[in-house]
Ligand binder design. Structure first.
Ligand SMILES: Cc1cc2nc3c(=O)[nH]c(=O)nc-3n(C[C@H](O)[C@H](O)[C@H](O)COP(=O)(O)O)c2cc1C
Length: 348
């Protein structure tokens, strides 16, 4: 049984890093957001400081490496490489679903990164559909064992629905999320896995104690596409392009939770610092991405991820400078220019 889980996790990593698992038709729609370029920014680029705090932890810039893995021997190396890079740069990371370690505690080791990353923001992870299988106490024990700072609950209806053996019973899960947000000993946030959180879902979660929503919108990695490679008999390929573009998801989530104090992470297809800054101008508190980090890790280990993150930070600083903003608060007061398909989508 353990080796079956290990095989699934290793398959996910290998297929994602080597095959085409991206959206084909749909994009993030961040290309429909223009930044208001100031050719005379009236600040020095040295004054740009994008450092921030998120759920009680400090970040040198507002970036989280999205959940990728846990549960296989190969996960240990991937998580350690990501964690080392995050510790060096001063940002946070999400671990992959903890289902494997909850079922097989011997796999806990594959998630543990505090030896190399004592200070980073570290999020544990579990699927919403699995909240029926485990108790808040089970999760609290597991989160304690890996010394996590938060729990990300992932919503992956599209992924479960296209798998031949997926668990697509999502009934009663808003209530379950509310219960876990109450009883988990660290802050809880909700994330998608690449098909986007909509207004309705964010609104339904508005009165729970979750602290943030991570859009994980369409336009980057398609989890239905990943599954189509694992299950030739499933419906993954047909649903490759299903979901809400990241820019749409971000604007809808912002609007749904307005005034609650909950934070928003923009993610799903964020591939450079300009897109990341566009997301901040649209109101995101943080940004995140998974695939570019996995690819950098596969090629060059921790050094590859460090280079990727250093470049991303610099790109974000340059983009902020070019719109005349020194920090995230100023970016939040910038007016985004919204064009084309994104404008049409938001008018619906
Ligand atoms: C190999 C791999 C494994 C993943 N495993 C998980 C997971 O266990 N839990 C989760 O919430 N998201 C998981 N994700 C989804 C990512 O966190 C993210 O939502 C998705 O890849 C979209 O972001 P991207 O376009 O930047 O890759 C995984 C992604 C990849 C590439």
């Amino acid at each position: 049984m353990v080796s079956q889980i290990e095989k699934r996790k290793a398959d996910h990593l290998r297929l994602s890093a080597t095959k085409d698992v991206s959206f084909h038709e749909k994009t993030t729609l961040l290309e429909c957001v223009e930044l208001n370029y100031k050719c005379l920014p009236q600040i020095s680029m040295n004054d740009v400081d994008l450092s921030t705090e998120f759920l009680g932890k400090k970040f040198s810039f507002p970036f989280i490496v999205s959940a990728i893995t846990g549960g296989a021997a190969v996960s240990k190396k991937v998580n350690t490489d990501i964690a080392e890079a995050c510790q060096a740069i001063g940002i946070g990371m999400g671990l992959g679903s903890m289902r494997a370690m909850l079922q097989h505690p011997s796999l806990t080791e594959t998630y543990f990164v505090r030896d190399v990353a004592p200070d980073i923001f570290l999020a544990g992870n579990i699927g919403a559909a699995q909240l029926k299988q485990f108790s808040p106490d089970d999760l609290n024990g597991a989160l304690g064992a890996i010394e996590a700072d938060a729990l990300a609950i992932h919503l992956n209806a599209a992924q479960e629905a296209v798998q031949p053996e997926g668990d697509a019973d999502f009934s009663g899960l808003i209530e379950k999320i509310a219960e876990f947000a109450d009883k988990i000993s660290v802050p809880v946030y909700v994330k998608e896995v690449g098909h986007g959180v909509s207004y309705e879902v964010a609104f339904a979660l508005k009165d729970t104690k979750i602290k943030a929503i991570d859009t994980q919108g369409a336009g980057g990695t398609s989890w239905t596409a990943v599954d189509s490679l694992r299950h030739k008999t499933g419906f993954g390929e047909i649903f490759r392009d299903f979901g809400l573009p990241t820019a749409v998801s971000l604007m809808q989530v912002k609007s749904a939770i307005h005034g609650t104090g909950k934070k928003v992470i923009a993610s799903g297809g964020i591939r450079n610092g300009i897109d990341a800054v566009k997301a901040l101008v649209l109101g995101a508190d943080m940004v995140g991405s998974a695939m570019p980090m996995l690819k950098a890790q596969t090629k060059n280990g921790s050094a590859g991820i460090k280079k990727q993150l250093t470049d991303l930070k610099k790109e974000m600083e340059i983009a902020s400078f070019l719109v005349g903003c020194k920090n995230i608060a100023q970016l939040h007061s910038e007016k985004p220019i919204i064009l084309g398909k994104l404008k049409e989508w938001m008018e619906n």
